[in-house]
Design a protein around this ligand. Structure first.
Ligand SMILES: Cc1cc2nc3c(=O)[nH]c(=O)nc-3n(C[C@H](O)[C@H](O)[C@H](O)COP(=O)(O)O)c2cc1C
Length: 172
């Protein structure tokens, strides 16, 4: 029988949504029934045999609504194979790979609630026009001028798809 997999996400400017959709597409191509939904639209996990959940990172943490989702659904998630990912800009920095252990720790609050069978960290996007707060736009603008961050889409679709393929054997 084919699996019913939920790929759910919390995203502020769309980068994490795009990653979730790519993961969902790859899982569906491998034969699973897949729903890709924002966490705010998920009310019931009972139809699903496995859950993949990811969030954008702000202030070195999953978005608050994403942590709330895990907390609210902790019991249901702990009954199923669960995989998790995050999308951030730290990995898009020059020599970003050296920060991977630091970025991996952003998942600690999730790990304290549920045990993922697999975890991934992906570089995201930065578009000043999509940042709603003027203060944040100024902060990021200065960081761009200083060369800390580079605007643009830094998502590595090969890396994202490889991780999604690796989930096939882990979400059973
Ligand atoms: C207000 C704000 C705070 C952020 N804080 C961090 C951070 O602490 N560490 C990091 O690596 N990226 C940080 N980012 C970058 C986002 O994680 C990145 O832009 C991501 O692609 C956003 O995903 P989304 O489009 O799904 O919201 C921040 C972005 C914003 C707008």
């Amino acid at each position: 029988m084919s699996q019913n997999i939920l790929v759910t996400y919390a995203s502020r400017s769309g980068a994490t949504q795009g990653v979730a959709e790519a993961i969902g597409k790859t899982l569906a191509e491998s034969g699973a029934n897949v729903d890709v939904k924002p966490m705010s639209a998920v009310t019931d996990l009972s139809p699903y045999s496995a859950v993949v959940a990811g969030s954008a990172i702000q202030a070195s943490a999953w978005l608050p609504e994403a942590l709330d989702f895990i907390s609210t659904n902790q019991h249901a998630i702990s009954q199923k194979p669960f995989a998790t990912f995050l999308v951030c800009m730290t990995l898009a920095m020059k020599n970003g790979e050296k920060y991977r252990p630091f970025v991996t720790d952003f998942i600690n609050p999730v790990r304290s609630m549920v045990k993922p069978v697999s975890e991934a960290q992906f570089a995201g996007t930065l578009d000043l026009k999509k940042i709603p707060s003027l203060g944040d736009r100024i902060k990021f603008g200065i960081s761009i001028l200083l060369g800390v961050w580079k605007q643009g889409d830094h998502r590595d679709w090969n890396e994202i798809n490889s991780w999604a393929v690796s989930l096939n054997s882990k979400l059973n």
